[in-house]
Design a protein around this ligand. Sequence first.
Ligand SMILES: *Cc1c(COP(=O)(O)O)cnc(C)c1O
Length: 399
Amino acid sequence: MSLQHGRPYLAIPGPSVIPDRVLQAMHRPSPNIYEGELVDMMPALLADLKAVARTDGDVAIYIANGHGVWEAALTNTMSRGDKVLVLGNGHFCEGWADTARGLHIDVEIMDFGFERPIDLEAFRERLNADKTNEIKAVMTVHVDTSTSVKNDVAALRNVLDEAGHSALLMIDCIASLGCDPFEMDAWGVDLMVAACQKGLMTPAGVGFVFFNEKAATYRDAADLVTPYWDWRPRVNPEWFYLYFCGTAPTHHLYGLREALDMIAEEGLDAVLRRHRVLAQSVWAAIDHWGQGGPLEMNVPDPAHRSFAVTSVRAGSAKAAELRHWCEHKAGLTLGIGLGLAPPGTPEWHHAFRIGHMGSVSGQMILGALGTIEAGLSAVDIAHKPGGIVAAADVIAKNA
Ligand SMILES: *Cc1c(COP(=O)(O)O)cnc(C)c1O
């Protein structure tokens, strides 16, 4: 039999759970795109987005997913043959690097593996060796959603400053915005990309490029820019239509408006604290289960784990059986292991991920962890029983 009927929980790291309030805000007829409510709500929407990113800079909005804004970020700042340095610790850094290569940008990757953050000393050495400031931009992720590694972005800025290096610092916050603390201006980030379908709780389809004055000056020289991706008209439109280089993503804007209201009502700091406590309860369960079997978190050091997603190694292809059991027996969809092993190898099936980003509450996480504990028994993965109690304890002490 199956116990999956009832409200499902999509616990993959994006798209995330869409709150009913966001769905309801989108359930309406098409609005006038020339005047009225939709046009009038743009200034506050932009201000509230910047508040979540903690920046006074500009934001360009695109009808695009994360891959679209990866390209927008590069085409507005780079020229053919320019050199960028990608600091990698997972699948998504490599993806952004591939986009750059496809644009005929000269890409150098420093690969730090899958379990650890960027090695700051290695980064410093590389910058110090670049006497002529050949590197035009340093690109990396705040959180890599495949490995769940979180990088220390403020420390990257310090290394750039100490080296006296002029490269733009470009950060992918697609997984982390609204989940892990991020301070665009205070941390000296020049450009940041995000999308609406993760911490911002809105159906996939809208992406953002936030940028400061320094990044804006790169636009002047960039020869990769094309009319649709050009951020200039989008941040300074003569009329509403130009925000989106055409028809606005009308219903996404209503959904996003509602999501930003929800974040403001809870308070951004409280949203981030909720994500921290929920993540810590997930880690407590996995640590406990791991005392009696093969389960372990991919990132050993808690300081370098994301609050949005947790990648778990299960040591065998039973990870896939567990995912299947949780979805089909109990209505919980876990994320596939991504990037921890090459596609096509048996090890590819040895990991899974728990998405705990966005509209996620204590009862949802405890329900998910209880379901995983049932699944561990059902598919016969060795574990120390009682992880759910360890998780409940974290929630009892911190809520
Ligand atoms: C999800 C994600 C992406 C890709 O976003 P798409 O919307 O699937 O194109 C890129 N980077 C990170 C860190 C992500 O989490």
